[in-house]
Each structure stands twice: as structure tokens, then as C-alpha cells.
Design a protein around this ligand. Structure first.
Ligand code: ATP
Ligand code: MG
Length: 562
């Protein structure tokens, strides 16, 4: 038999209060050395970054303690659930690397068993059918200082209850006409124990069960049963369920079945965004964004489309940690996590977002192949060739006719180094009829070729460029925060939609990128030198048209420092 000791992996992880509980359980052999967690989403929307935290937490624990991790759809509410959501959730959990080893469960598959257990509680006198409407039940719930009012139906006989519950199940009653309630304590200081509802009547089609059922279990009744059936050991959920734990425990104790430990932790809140699925759905339906995976959304699919790696999201979840109290996490932390990761793995390339033409008048009418480093952080990524020629494009912002003090890029009569190439000097400015600069005529110094060391001439600025006849056209999408304030949904007076940032998306259609990217595929990630990290968009990239999403900006740009 295996020793119930704390595994090496779990011992090496930073401790949090949940891991401390599990360590203790291991010592006391509470679960015979087993750890079994689950992630139980309701398939009524796409998963967001808060869910990612929960997935990483549950899976991370299962993995480190050599336990198991289930993916379970909590599909007990027929009206808002759809197959599209089920599919997207499976894809997202897999993408995050959380291995549920084919253990995908559906709460709706347990309806039969739940119904059986409900009958058991009725037989014990621990549940009854109430004729009260939802409103009446709410009105009679009592207050913090006053107990609730017992329903006149509370003392129905077991036989009556069994009969009525059977009729509820068989569709004899209309929606809302009857409910099944647990018979606990109308005077409990915990509202959740004041005879909570177990079943309500809903004549609605279920995405998996069709019209088989017209009674549906409530979350509180169903959730513990689902955990119990799957032999979960640690049922980890967010803080809002803390007050529901006595009820979770009550149902399992009454039925005397496998009884997991519910543990609550603080949900992740991220600034400048909203995380409620209802609000995210509204953003999609009202077309504020181009779908659940619009790169400005806080969904996992949006982060994937935007170019985030699963590693970066896992690291973020790790850095945020697990707390007992709600707090707001700065989105800058997530940006830090992705920069860290891409800095190591993204190939550097040159892309000119807003091009300005340059003619090197003393350069011959030929093409030279120059060596460029793919990633200075990882020289094993090698080098590539980039074509240099007489006509180039540089960034419009890398030239100023009347520069302020401290501007180290190209100015009239000034010099600048072209990355991986030569030092050039601006000799002449060509303007259009409106007085706008449209072209620069420059000369180059052949002695200053990068990497040859033939000249020790130094200039303060280095700028990126592309060769005019070789460059590939692309569309680039720059994203800003979707909301203008840190907590868009906490304003009591205003709707969160009023805080939408009207400039959250900027589309640049004239971007020119180096030819090595010609065959880039959706999902490929690059660093555009001095601009940030970019990823080929999977939705709008088609045949000849390359579209890039900016994943994140660079913190510092070497162009300014050099
Ligand atoms: P809604 O937005 O409709 O309130 P939800 O986000 O709670 O729903 P569920 O599908 O019930 O959606 O969530 C699945 C699991 O993810 C639950 O265990 C829940 O506790 C957890 N979870 C949800 N939001 C967060 C969050 N922001 N941080 C951490 N965990 C979360
Ligand atoms: Mg929920």
C-alpha cells in the first residue's frame, strides 16, 4: 500500500491554507491518502480568467498530491445551457493543460439518483412539498432578527408528500405551482437552513435530457450529491458558498453518503474588466465585441486568441495565490506573466506599423541578405536572413523634422542606425502638397555594417525597418482596456456599459512586416521589435490576409534606451 505521505511535488509548492488542510488530512489519513478535486462549471457561458484560477488550483492540487481531477458540468438549469458552451469549456480546460483523463461528467446524468435520494429524505420526514409560490417563500423567510414563518404544508404526511412529489415529477403541475423543500429549521440564524428549496418545476427542454424532466434540482441540493457520487475529497469553491456549507453538510449527513470537505477561497477579481457571465454575454449579444473570444474579453478563449500562452495563465494563477478574503488583482500582473513567458520564447521580427518611405540614394540597385538574431534571450533560436535594399520603410514616429530635446531617432541631417544594417543619414525631406513628410532621402555609410566591426562610429538611436519590395502587408489590431474605470460593475448609479472604452480597438491596415512572416499561421507568436508581442489572429486571418493581435506591449523599448 502506498504511504499517505505528502508527496514531493506538494512539499515543494508554496503553501496556502488549502494545501495545509490537505497536508493535515494526509497525516490523519482522513481520505486514505486520496485527493480528488473537480471543476464544476455551469455551461451557460465561456470560461473566464477567474475560472482559470479555479481550474489551476483544483488541477494543481490533484497533480501535486498524485490525486485525480474531474471536469463536471453543473447542468442543472435547463434554460440557459447550450452545447456550444460545453464544447468551449472542454477546449479551454484542455488548453490550460489541466488533465481530467477523460473524466467528464454531467450533473444531469445524476438526476435519477438525486430523485431517488429526494424520496429517501421525504420518507425520513426531512423534506416536504410546499404549495407556496417563490414570492411567498421569500416573504416568509423572516429577517436577521426574526425567524421565518413555517409553511402550512410543512406538516404534510410522508404519504401525501410522496404522492405530490410523484405528481410534480409527472408533470401534473405548472411551473412554480409546487416545490420540494428540505425540512430543517425556519428559525435558523443561517437563512440557507430555513427550509431551502430542493426541486422546482420547470417545463423546459434540457440540452442533454430533452423533455424527460420537468423538475430540476437547485444548486444547493444537487452540488453535494454530485461531489459525493464522484467521491470527491476536497470540494473547493468560492467564498459566496461559505454560508451554504452547513446545508451542504446537512444533506450529506441526512443521506449518510460519502461526504467531501467543502473549502472556500476568494474569487479572482481583475480590474478594468467584468467577470459575470451574464455581463459577458451582454457584451457579445450587443456586439460591443466580436464574440466570446474577442481579444478584449477576459475569457480564456480570448486570451488564447490574443496570444497568451497556457504557461503564462498558470503562472499568473500561481502568483495571485489563494486567499480567504476578496481582493482586486491588477491586470498588470497578468501582463507581466505573459511578457515573462514570451520574452523567452517569442521570435523577434521587424514590423513597421505606420510606414514612412526612405530611399538610400547611394545604395546600389541590389539586394543584400543581413543576419538577424531570432531571440537575444535564447541564442539557440538561431538567426535568420532579412533582405536590405535601396528602398525601405521606417516607422513614421522614428523621424521628426523639429525634434524635442533628447530625441535620438532620425532628424534632418542626423544619423541613426538601422537595426542589423547600417548607419544612415537624413539628407532630404520630401513633402506632399499639404506639407506632410512622405519620403526621406538618406545616404548610408558602407563601413558601418552591423556585426562587422569595421567602423567604430556610434549613434544614439537604432530603428527598425523593412525592405519596400520584400515587405508583407498585414493588418494589426491594437487593444486597450475594454473599460475606462477599474471597477466598471461596482457603480451603484451607472450601468457597466457606460464605462466601455470607445478606443479599445485600433486597426492598422497598412502595416508592413519582414518577409520571414509571410507564411505565419494563426496562433503564431512574435515580438515585433520595439512594439510588443503579437499573435496571428485565428478569426480574421484568411488566405492572403494576415491579421495580428497585439498580445501585450513591451515594458521598455530598447529603441529609447539605445
Ligand atoms: P456567474 O458568472 O454566472 O455567477 P460563475 O462564474 O460562478 O457564474 P460557474 O460556472 O458556477 O460560474 O463557476 C464554476 C466554478 O468556477 C465554480 O466553482 C466557481 O466557484 C469558480 N469561479 C467562478 N468565478 C470565479 C472567480 N472569479 N475566481 C475563482 N473561481 C471562480
Ligand atoms: Mg456559479
Amino acid at each position: 500500500m502506498e504511504d499517505n505521505k505528502i508527496t514531493e511535488d506538494s512539499a515543494n509548492k508554496p503553501k496556502n491554507f488549502i494545501r495545509e488542510i490537505i497536508d493535515e488530512d494526509m497525516k490523519t489519513n482522513k481520505w486514505q491518502g486520496k485527493v480528488h478535486t473537480r471543476f464544476p462549471p455551469e455551461p451557460n457561458g465561456y470560461l473566464h480568467i477567474g475560472h482559470a484560477k479555479s481550474i489551476c488550483l483544483n488541477y494543481g492540487i490533484a497533480k501535486d498530491y498524485k490525486g485525480k481531477f474531474n471536469l463536471r458540468f453543473d447542468d442543472t438549469n435547463p434554460s440557459k445551457e447550450e452545447q456550444e458552451y460545453v464544447d468551449s469549456i472542454i477546449e479551454d480546460v484542455k488548453w490550460l493543460g489541466s488533465d481530467f483523463e477523460n473524466r467528464i461528467f454531467f450533473a444531469s446524468d445524476y438526476f435519477e439518483q438525486m430523485h431517488y435520494w429526494a424520496i429517501e429524505l421525504i420518507k425520513k420526514g426531512a423534506a416536504y412539498v410546499d404549495d407556496a409560490s417563490a414570492d411567498e417563500i421569500r416573504e416568509n423567510r423572516g429577517t436577521l432578527t426574526e425567524p421565518g414563518k413555517e409553511s402550512p404544508c410543512r406538516n404534510r404526511s410522508v404519504e401525501q408528500n410522496l404522492d405530490l412529489f410523484e405528481k410534480m415529477k409527472n408533470g401534473v403541475f405548472k411551473n412554480g405551482e409546487k416545490v420540494l423543500r428540505a425540512k430543517i429549521d425556519m428559525a435558523s440564524p443561517n437563512f440557507n437552513l430555513r427550509d431551502p428549496i430542493m426541486y422546482r418545476i420547470l417545463h423546459a427542454e434540457h440540452h442533454r435530457q430533452g423533455n424527460k424532466w420537468c423538475i430540476y434540482p437547485t444548486y444547493d441540493w444537487a452540488h453535494g450529491l454530485e461531489d459525493s457520487l464522484e467521491k470527491i475529497t476536497h470540494s473547493i469553491c468560492t467564498l459566496e458558498f461559505e454560508n451554504h456549507r452547513p446545508l451542504y453538510d446537512w444533506f450529506l449527513d441526512e443521506l449518510n453518503i460519502h461526504h467531501p470537505q467543502q473549502i472556500e477561497f476568494a474569487r479572482l477579481n481583475l480590474n478594468y474588466t467584468v467577470m459575470s457571465k451574464r455581463k459577458l454575454l451582454l457584451l457579445v449579444q450587443e456586439k460591443y465585441v466580436d464574440g466570446w473570444d474577442d481579444p478584449r474579453m477576459p475569457t480564456i478563449s480570448a486570451f488564447r486568441r490574443r496570444g497568451f500562452t497556457p504557461e503564462s495563465i498558470r503562472n499568473f494563477a500561481e502568483i495571485v495565490g489563494v486567499a480567504k478574503r476578496d481582493a482586486m488583482t491588477d491586470i498588470a500582473l497578468l501582463e507581466f506573466a505573459i511578457r515573462e513567458d514570451l520574452n523567452h520564447c517569442a521570435q523577434r521580427v521587424m514590423a513597421v506599423l505606420r510606414p514612412l518611405k526612405i530611399i538610400i540614394t547611394n545604395y546600389p540597385d541590389s539586394v543584400e541578405e543581413l543576419d538577424a538574431v531570432n531571440n537575444p534571450e535564447d541564442l539557440s533560436m538561431g538567426t535568420r536572413k532579412i533582405p536590405f535594399s535601396r528602398e525601405l520603410f521606417i516607422e513614421q514616429t522614428d523621424f521628426m523634422e523639429l525634434p524635442p530635446k533628447g530625441y535620438h531617432r532620425l532628424v534632418p541631417g542626423g544619423e541613426v542606425r538601422l537595426r542589423y544594417a547600417y548607419i544612415i543619414k537624413c539628407e532630404e525631406i520630401i513633402k506632399n502638397d499639404n506639407g506632410e513628410v512622405i519620403e526621406l532621402h538618406c545616404t548610408y555609410d558602407p563601413e558601418t555594417k552591423s556585426g562587422t566591426g569595421s567602423s567604430n562610429k556610434k549613434v544614439k538611436g537604432t530603428v527598425h525597418w523593412v525592405s519596400a519590395s520584400h515587405a508583407v502587408n498585414a493588418e494589426v489590431r491594437l487593444y486597450d482596456r475594454l473599460f475606462t474605470v477599474e471597477a466598471p460593475d461596482s457603480d451603484k448609479e451607472k450601468d457597466f456599459l457606460e464605462f466601455i472604452n470607445p478606443n479599445s480597438l485600433e486597426i492598422l491596415t497598412g502595416t508592413l512586416i519582414e518577409p520571414s512572416l509571410k507564411n505565419a499561421k494563426p496562433g503564431d507568436r512574435f515580438q515585433f521589435e520595439r512594439h510588443g508581442y503579437f499573435c496571428v489572429d485565428s478569426k480574421f486571418t484568411k488566405n492572403e490576409k494576415l491579421v495580428f493581435n497585439r498580445t501585450v506591449t513591451l515594458k521598455d523599448s530598447w529603441g529609447k534606451k539605445n
